[in-house]
Design a protein around this ligand. Sequence first.
Ligand SMILES: [Zn+2]
Length: 486
Amino acid sequence: MRQLLLALAAAGLVLGQAAHGRPADAQSATADAAAPAAATAKRPNVLVVTLDTTRADHTSAYGYARPTTPRLIELAQQGVRFEAAYAPMATTLPSHTSMFTGLLPRTHGALKNGLPVNPKLTLLAETLGGAGYRTAAFLSSFAVSGRFGLQRGFSEYDDRFQDGQCKWDVERWEGQKIAGDFCRRGDLTRAATVKWLESAGYLPGAKGTAGAAKQPEQPFFIWIHFFDPHNPYDPLPEQAKLFPPPSANPTELERDIANYDAEIHFADQEMGKLLDALAKAGRLDDTLVIVAGDHGEGLMDHGWMLHGLQIYEEAVRVPLVFRWPAKLPQGKTIAEPVELIDIAPTVLELIGVPAPKVTPPVEGISLAAAMTGTAKLDPQRPILLQRRFYASKSEKGIAVKGSKHALRLGDWKYIEAKEEDSFELYDLKSDPREKSNLADAKPAERATMADRLAKTVAGTAAATAPAARTVSEEDQRKLEALGYVQ
Ligand SMILES: [Zn+2]
């Protein structure tokens, strides 16, 4: 508990402010607020689609045998697909916060769900709003509810889940009481997005062209989040029919996986309907589209069905595709490892909005030059992964405690959880599914990777940790009252 409190304090958490926009004195960025309207008129729209709980190797866009994502395949054929994209943590809020800040979870401090995002951090929506974009977000899960802070910078933040047809009946979650529905089905979130686009004049209205006649000059930035692949796997019957289990007498796991695949297909389908609406109005090609998973899912590859507890490849390898025909090549794939923290700097460079000067500095890198072919990415880039923080927990035979970090470096991946006395080393080239732990057999490689991991972790913390602060007793009481501390 103390560690978590200290982490919160180090992140500069200001209680009670997260859900109400950033305080005026917390501005740590100088966004491109003065960009004239004329300069922004030619900028593309930006559409970020996040697919919750979608592991890359269960999408047909990444070679999965079942046709789960025909629309993502199409997008990849018309754009750029990153073969090895990593979520920094297999948990929804930390991962989305990384996408929109360009910071690793260690740095942004939202180390688990249910925490408020540090109000001092600059979010992509704030930067784009300051650069003249009209911003709107359409969410499908309480995990990214505006109360946790990602709503900053969005003029519309639709986290209304009433009548969301939520498949998950939950009353308490991460210390929070759930008043209404926990989530919203993808078709309803997509419909809300289309409705907003119509009302804002970006799409013609259902009854004619009244909306389109407005022809807004202002480009939009939309984030749409699909939650369907998240457990429980409970697809609509017409989706389930498309993905039957592999045999007449399937195991429970086979049935679950078939249903999970059907849910991925549903999210892909609904994303496709949104893209179709934009294409029909002639707006798709003027839109930079980014599709990313926020994390994967265990599916018992390492004895765990869901996500959060582990950072094996199935939990952190996610789809990542960019499409913008005006500037990006078509059908390109990039093999070098990249991270979700790269999304924000890449978007800014592609659309020509200056990156704000922020503290702590952004840790992601722009992938723009790699996509356009003017530069190559480093295949040896160290990829730091982190498990969400657990005070202590045991679920279905898996006990977890404290922090767990991993480093991918080239073909090697090293996973370390000191508080669990757990050390793992894998050769991803010969063992991509991480089945053979070489930590004892390869002591030299293990020592090298442990050293690199320690240095990477220390470097991240050194770059980011603000002056150490202690948590006051009052703050601690507030945290406990709010349910932020388990
Ligand atoms: Zn998630």
